[in-house]
Design a protein around this ligand. Structure first.
Ligand code: SF4
Length: 171
């Protein structure tokens, strides 16, 4: 098995949602080689060849895999985190065991420049996303450290056009 154990290193509150938590965890083996296979197998992942990292979502929960590290965001408590760790371990191992039938995809997802993202945000600096300014939030989106849905302003009807433009830019 590629992943036998996952150790929880740190749990802390999510900035964008104070009812949720994020965690840094470490696997017993390096995940780098499996990431291009996960890039093929998963629905709409963000694989970056330069940083050899992969980000994907399962429901509202976000996963970031890089080296031996798996970061998980937006879970409600430690019980859910332990379930998510079992789930992601099973997922990685299942893909690893099926590698012979999966064509790896080494293509990175397009990075959208921070200023381009900023120009598609509501620019209210309302801080509801947990960031002090829209530009700071744009920088996080650029690095895939946040998601479009983390800006509550974009969910308002008057901002539907901006949200659609952003979603298209990240396709
Ligand atoms: S919630 Fe949206 S509009 Fe408000 S500061 Fe964050 S990015 Fe800007």
């Amino acid at each position: 098995m590629l992943v036998n154990d996952i150790t929880i290193v740190e749990i802390s509150p999510c900035l964008a949602d104070e009812t949720k938590f994020k965690a840094i965890t470490m696997t017993d083996n390096d995940l780098t080689d499996i990431l291009p296979y996960m890039n093929t197998a998963l629905e709409n992942p963000n694989y970056q060849a330069n940083s050899q990292s992969l980000v994907f979502k399962e429901g509202i929960v976000g996963f970031t895999l890089k080296g031996n590290q798996i970061n998980i965001t937006r879970f409600v408590n430690k019980t859910e985190l332990l379930e998510l760790l079992d789930w992601v371990k099973e997922l990685v191992n299942a893909i690893d065991e099926s590698k012979d039938s999966i064509t790896p995809n080494y293509k990175s997802k397009t990075i959208v420049p921070t200023l381009t993202i900023y120009n598609m945000l509501p620019k209210t600096n309302c801080k509801e996303c947990g960031e002090s300014t829209c530009m700071a939030f744009a920088a996080k989106l650029n690095k895939f450290d946040a998601e479009i849905g983390d800006c509550p302003q974009l969910l308002k009807t008057e901002n539907t056009a901006l949200k659609e433009k952003l979603e298209k830019a990240f396709e």
